[in-house]
Design a binder for this molecule. Structure first.
Ligand SMILES: Cc1cc2nc3c(=O)[nH]c(=O)nc-3n(C[C@H](O)[C@H](O)[C@H](O)COP(=O)(O)OP(=O)(O)OC[C@H]3O[C@@H](n4cnc5c(N)ncnc54)[C@H](O)[C@@H]3O)c2cc1C
Length: 309
């Protein structure tokens, strides 16, 4: 199971509702490689993520609750340092006011090579792989093939979108490196120059990422590695790193990183489109989907896949 399926499983478990699950174990699954970063204010536009004030507290509470049941930490809050170059600064400086609830500090001309450092609050890392593997183990007894007549919720990620489940999609392949760099700071997430560097503890980091629309395979490439090594030098500050793993996956994108839920004409239910922000949105969207499955009113119109038609 990926983030979507795992979050839905927990939301049902928390409410004492029965379910079973199956998973094809696709290599391209995004949750297998994701860095788990939650960055409150994102992109070249430096805008707070969609409905952040609602989904972020829900996600933090959710991961905390799951961590207690799994007996391991899942959510690692960390300051996010957005490193802003000279060219970007004109735009970013004009957006600071709108993002102010998420800004801890702004320092100009403090780091060589960067025009400013904006320190963001509310961000951190979800230990995505540990979360998904731990969830699968926790619910192992509920693993079985779908029986006839049972309701089906498809949390298929990019595989479902590529199969045409929702028509047009914008899935994007991403490559990522896991590196060892004992001298680098583990105290912050760094974002800048089109990439990010996320500490994992014990001298390890994840860094990424590339963003390409084809081919949509899970094959790491030489060009991808070179690009991320460039990001590592930019954000880590020197050459003192050792590449441990180089992986690729496919982000399930329908409309940017705004997820979709709802029912297809054949009555099957879909939970997909987590894009680049599965860690932030999966818990809250799973809760809304589950409430609707249990007869709790209509689907949030901003999430409803009916809006895609
Ligand atoms: C390089 C990279 C870095 C990323 N970094 C981040 C990050 O830092 N922060 C963040 O929030 N997001 C990040 N993402 C995005 C994040 O990974 C996704 O938003 C999220 O993992 C999507 O989860 P999902 O469950 O929808 O899909 P998936 O992870 O793809 O899971 C789908 C699951 O369904 C199974 N499946 C598919 N079809 C079938 C079928 N027909 N029958 C049975 N099983 C099936 C698959 O085997 C898989 O286990 C990143 C993505 C990439 C590629």
């Amino acid at each position: 199971m990926g983030l979507a399926g795992c979050c839905l499983a927990w939301q049902r478990h928390f409410r004492g509702q029965a379910f079973s699950w199956e998973d094809a174990g696709f290599a391209r699954a995004s949750s297998r490689v994701a860095a788990g970063l939650i960055n409150p204010v994102t992109g070249q536009n430096f805008s707070p993520s969609w409905r952040l004030g609602e989904f972020l507290p829900e996600a933090c509470e959710f991961y905390g609750r799951v961590a207690e049941l799994l007996g391991r930490r899942i959510w690692h809050p960390l300051p996010v340092w957005r490193l802003v170059g000279e060219k970007e600064w004109a735009k970013v400086s004009g957006k600071l006011e709108a993002a102010s609830p998420w800004i801890e500090s702004v320092t100009e001309d403090a780091l060589p090579g960067w025009r400013a450092v904006v320190v963001l609050r509310g961000g951190g890392r979800v230990a995505t792989r540990e979360f998904c593997e731990g969830t699968q183990r926790f619910f192992e007894a509920a693993r079985r093939d779908l029986a006839e007549g049972e309701d089906e919720v498809m949390c298929e990620g990019a595989a479902g979108l590529i199969a045409g489940r929702l028509g047009k999609h914008r899935c994007a392949k991403g490559e990522i490196l896991t590196v060892r760099a004992p001298a680098w700071s583990q105290e912050r997430i760094s974002i800048g120059g089109g990439g990010w560097l996320v500490p994992l503890g014990e001298g390890m980091f994840k860094a990424g990422s590339t963003y390409v629309w084809e081919p949509l395979d899970a094959l790491p490439t030489v060009a991808g590695r070179e690009r991320i090594e460039g990001i590592l030098r930019l954000l880590g500050g020197d050459d003192q790193f050792e590449v441990i793993v180089h992986e690729a996956g496919i982000r399930p994108i329908v409309r940017k990183s705004q997820p979709v839920i709802g029912q297809l004409d054949d009555a099957r239910v879909v939970f997909n489109g987590l894009g680049s922000k599965g860690s932030l949105y999966a818990p809250g969207v799973a809760a809304r989907l589950n409430a609707w499955l249990e007869g709790g009113g209509s689907i949030d119109p901003e999430l409803d896949l009916a809006g895609l038609r």
